[in-house]
Design a binder for this molecule. Structure first.
Ligand SMILES: Cc1cc2nc3c(=O)[nH]c(=O)nc-3n(C[C@H](O)[C@H](O)[C@H](O)COP(=O)(O)O)c2cc1C
Length: 452
């Protein structure tokens, strides 16, 4: 029997992450994002309900201007204000048993030495449940926040990311040998000097002597997620990632993307199945199809098309705010997200997509509307296309997750589409059955590489 799907709750430490306008729904609590209790209670609900991961998106700057200004972002709560997700991870870990906790962190925002130390500390604190979504920051404002004149060009960002991960792999995998921390009170030996090594990294952007300051944690390297779908993004994912977030417009499109990317994984010297694909989807559930459709139409009343355009165009790096909604998007090329453009062209294959398509498709194309049985049928098709997990996008927090847990997961369990019960262990174990990276991963080459 094929493996059950894995489920991640896709959230951000902000009010309006993806489905803009939904925060105005009467039952929406995402405006409570400043409250630690809000996140702890969601994590506990996800953990008990059988979600495998809570996944925090994050950005370190604004998207490209909308109608020449960033006013729209503030006015609509579009990812501003947004809080640092890494700071609340320990509290979530302390309150939960099995839930994997994935955070996004850009190569831009933190020096790799410090980032490696923070993640190792969290891997200890979560008992190996931490995962890292590797991003390269697609907003020019983010780059200017860190002292650069402008965004680093697209493919150059991925080259930079390769050096960044190289540094953290050396620290996580190569600096400390296993059994290097005996803490032997009788001998008076806390750490074994012969088993702890400096890494002496010298590269284009970083010089890091080491050693790593944290002893080996349950996973050493955190479970690695990545989300780029451009040629450079996919090559990076193929070499480094263990899970990739995709936003394919259909199972067929996902099948092609997955086959193609698995080929790249094999070219990178790994096994094609070393990468698990998580498709982003949202759900509107009803006890009848009619009820689900009515709820979906009610939801549409709240979706704010103009803010949807601001987000979508802003992540591509262009300002479409001045255009009429029926204007063709054209052959836009940008230094921002190339996946978004590719996705739009795939989703509207028969004609030139318009600005309205960009707004509508972002909120509606990923939406699955129906009874729990119908939703299970649809998820079965995604699994048959090779998808290994679903990134569940919310309309309301906690409502979207509560409904999914109560109504959909039981149906999925009956069909073997969801695991029968929450799975214990590390984040990596949930996807690969192992706590540590396998020997095929490039980071594994640093094991034992820095001995005296
Ligand atoms: C599902 C999904 C989630 C993403 N989450 C984030 C995020 O939280 N922060 C971020 O800076 N970029 C995020 N991105 C952007 C990607 O990391 C990547 O920069 C973008 O897709 C452009 O890369 P590409 O041109 O290789 O596709 C996300 C992309 C996708 C598809």
């Amino acid at each position: 029997m094929p493996r059950p799907l894995r489920f991640a709750a896709f959230v951000m430490n902000t009010t309006s992450h993806i489905t803009h306008g939904a925060w105005r729904l009467p039952e929406a609590r995402q405006t409570d994002f400043n409250s630690l209790e809000h996140w702890v209670s969601l994590a506990v609900e996800l953990d008990r309900g059988g979600f495998d991961f809570v996944f925090f998106a994050d950005v370190v700057g604004l998207y490209a201007d909308h109608r020449g200004s960033w006013e729209k972002f503030v006015e609509s709560g579009l990812q501003i204000p947004s809080n640092d997700p890494s700071v609340i991870v320990s509290a979530l870990a302390h309150a939960t048993e099995n839930l994997g906790i994935a955070i996004t962190s850009s190569i831009l925002q933190e020096h790799p030495f410090n980032f490696a130390r923070k993640i190792s500390t969290l891997d200890h604190a979560t008992r190996g449940r931490i995962a890292w979504n590797i991003v390269t920051s697609l907003s020019a404002n983010a780059w200017r926040n860190f002292g650069y004149d402008d965004i680093t060009p697209h493919d150059e960002r991925y080259a930079w990311a390769e050096e960044y991960v190289d540094v953290v792999y050396k620290l996580w995998e190569g600096s400390w040998e296993d059994d290097a921390l005996p803490q032997d009170k009788v001998r008076g030996v806390h750490g074994e000097f012969d088993r702890v090594h400096k890494i002496h990294h010298v590269g284009k952007r970083y010089r890091v002597e080491g050693p790593h300051l944290v002893a080996p944690s349950p996973q050493r390297t955190p479970l690695l997620f990545q989300a780029g779908s451009s040629p450079a993004g996919r090559r990076f994912a193929a070499r480094n990632a263990e899970a990739q977030f995709i936003s394919s417009p259909s199972p067929d499109a996902a099948r092609d993307l997955i086959a193609d990317t698995r080929g790249l994984v094999a070219e990178a010297g790994r096994h094609p199945d070393d990468l698990t694909f998580f498709q982003g989807l949202s759900f509107v559930i009803g006890s009848t199809e009619q009820e689900a459709r009515r709820r979906s139409a009610e939801l549409d009343e709240y979706i704010d098309d103009d803010t949807m355009v601001a987000h979508a165009a802003g992540s591509i790096g262009v300002d479409l705010g001045h255009y009429d909604l029926d204007t063709p998007v054209g052959e836009v090329e940008s230094e921002g997200s190339r996946s978004s453009l590719r996705w739009l062209r795939e989703a509207v294959p028969d004609r030139e997509p318009t600005v309205r398509d960009l707004a509508r498709l972002r909120s509606r194309n990923s939406r699955v509307v129906g009874t729990p049985e119908q939703i299970a049928d649809v998820l079965g098709r995604w699994r048959d296309a090779g998808v290994g997990g679903i990134n569940v996008i919310n309309y309301t927090i906690p409502g979207s997750y509560r409904e999914f847990i109560e109504h959909v997961l039981p149906q999925l369990r009956q069909r073997g589409l969801a695991a029968p019960e929450p799975e214990p262990g590390t984040a990596r174990r949930k996807l690969t059955g192992r706590d540590r990276l396998d020997d095929r991963h490039p980071a594994a080459a640093y094991r034992g590489a820095f001995g005296r």
